[in-house]
Design a protein around this ligand. Structure first.
Ligand SMILES: NC(=O)c1ccc[n+]([C@@H]2O[C@H](COP(=O)([O-])OP(=O)(O)OC[C@H]3O[C@@H](n4cnc5c(N)ncnc54)[C@H](O)[C@@H]3O)[C@@H](O)[C@H]2O)c1
Ligand SMILES: O=P(O)(O)OC[C@@H](O)[C@@H](O)[C@H](O)[C@H](O)CO
Length: 393
């Protein structure tokens, strides 16, 4: 019997990476999204093409065997699909998890007793994203008397997902261009007893923490460092930014700092981490991806938050007694990513910096405790950025 996956978020990673893997593993994929345009196209077209761009050239894959539901208008249909799904995945962005949780919770709650638990895997760039989703699903969206037995109807596995899918050509329709490299690692421990879902290409591990921290604090720290320094120097793409010796040096230095944490905390061989960093810099420098600094820098409030790619590693390094000058430079550059067209958080960032003292803005944006050794240096950065970006009268 064909297996069914319901996937929330038919965007770049959803159509380009998750659906490709699920299709290849024999799943029928039911996309749920709120964008009329994407859902209409998915409903009209029986296939689309994913093009992988690698050093050896381009490879094309045809994706078929999917359906699509507009979750804005047809919530009941999505709930019904979730209730019989073998797998539920999402790639909507960490801030959207709370909005998809009620629908998933209702679907899980409707699940027939005879069915094995559905597997829920959030594919977002965030530590513990599936736990966050599970938290919203459980409380308040599962009836109190059904919470204890939730694991009989659903199992929740955290994941680390790595593949660069840049913004797509607006005329490309459903087709997606992505890099050929991929890594999708999922915690297998929640699936004990029933077995994890079979997804070709996924690496199942007992301890996800080293994978997700290494990914977020190398790929995403390096990417965001290039994006913010690149944006402030007027570059349009990440590849152009990394071609600039100044930006390149900032990225190398920031990743030397995070490598110290990864090696020390997760006992990873320093040479292995060095090779990983070199590979990442090569990947993000790929000019064929045409990835923009605005996409990679998107949502600066999320990226400057407590557990994220800058404050996360910098705070831990400072706790170990290390200095983090390059991460602080990147943090300063991120605070200057203000009022960028199409990026709501960059507008909110500018407003917070305008309406709050440096101390209050630091606390609100980074979530750092005032007693933390990183608080003062970040506050000084915020003070400086506030002065530099103050509107002249
Ligand atoms: N693009 C990448 O290179 C990449 C790589 C790894 C991980 N990720 C992560 O994947 C996630 C998605 O990123 P993306 O680049 O695909 O973004 P995207 O903007 O291309 O896709 C997100 C999709 O979610 C949809 N969405 C928003 N709210 C929704 C809702 N309430 N219900 C259903 N769908 C909703 C949007 O309409 C959009 O189609 C993010 O967490 C990102 O960090 C991205
Ligand atoms: O998706 P974000 O906004 O968390 O980060 C932007 C990019 O760094 C990210 O999408 C990378 O392309 C991806 O994480 C590569 O695996």
């Amino acid at each position: 019997m064909t297996k069914k996956a319901v996937h929330f978020g038919a965007g770049n990673i959803g159509r380009g990476f998750v659906a490709e893997f699920l299709h290849d593993s024999g799943y029928e994929v039911v996309f749920a999204d709120i964008l009329d345009n994407i859902i209409d196209q998915l409903q009209k077209s029986p296939s689309y093409t994913v093009t992988e761009i690698g050093a050896e050239g381009e490879k094309k894959f045809t994706i078929t065997n999917y359906r699509a539901i507009n979750s804005k208008y047809h919530e009941a249909d999505v709930i019904k699909e979730v209730s019989t799904a073998d797998l539920v995945t999402c790639a909507v962005g960490p801030n959207i998890l709370k909005f998809i949780a009620p629908v998933i919770a209702k679907g899980i709650n409707l699940r027939s007793e005879g069915l094995p638990p559905t597997a829920v895997i959030a594919c977002e760039n965030a530590i513990g994203a599936t736990d966050v989703l599970a938290g919203f699903i459980k409380d308040p969206h599962t009836p109190a008397d059904r919470r204890e037995s939730l694991h009989e109807r659903a199992r929740f596995g955290n994941s680390a997902i790595d593949r660069i899918v840049p913004g797509q050509d607006p005329n490309a329709g459903l087709d997606v261009k992505i890099e050929s490299f991929y890594e999708w690692v999922v915690d297998k421990t929640p699936f004990h007893g029933h077995g994890h879902p079979e997804i070709k290409g996924v690496k199942w591990v007992d301890d996800l923490q080293p994978y997700i921290e290494r990914k977020l604090f190398t790929v995403n720290t390096g990417h965001a460092t290039a994006a913010y320094h690149g944006y402030n120097r007027g570059f349009k793409t990440i590849a152009e930014a990394l071609n600039d010796p100044g930006v390149n040096k900032e990225v190398q230095k920031a990743l030397e700092e995070t490598a110290t944490l990864i090696v020390k905390k997760h006992k990873i061989d320093p040479n292995e981490q060095k090779a990983y960093v070199e590979k990442i810099i090569k990947r993000i420098s790929n000019p064929h991806l045409e990835d923009t600094v605005v996409r990679v820098g998107r949502a600066p409030l999320r990226k400057l938050s407590r557990k994220e790619r800058f404050i996360g590693p910098a705070s831990q390094l400072v706790e170990y007694g290390y200095a983090v000058p390059a991460l602080l430079d990147a943090i300063a550059a991120a605070f200057k990513f203000q009022n960028v067209e199409g990026d709501e958080e960059s507008v909110e960032l500018a407003e917070i910096l305008k309406s709050h003292s440096a101390e209050a803005a630091t606390e609100k944006i980074t979530g750092l405790e005032k007693s933390h050794a990183l608080f003062e240096p970040v506050k000084l950065i915020v003070e400086k950025v506030k002065k530099e970006t103050k509107p002249s009268i």
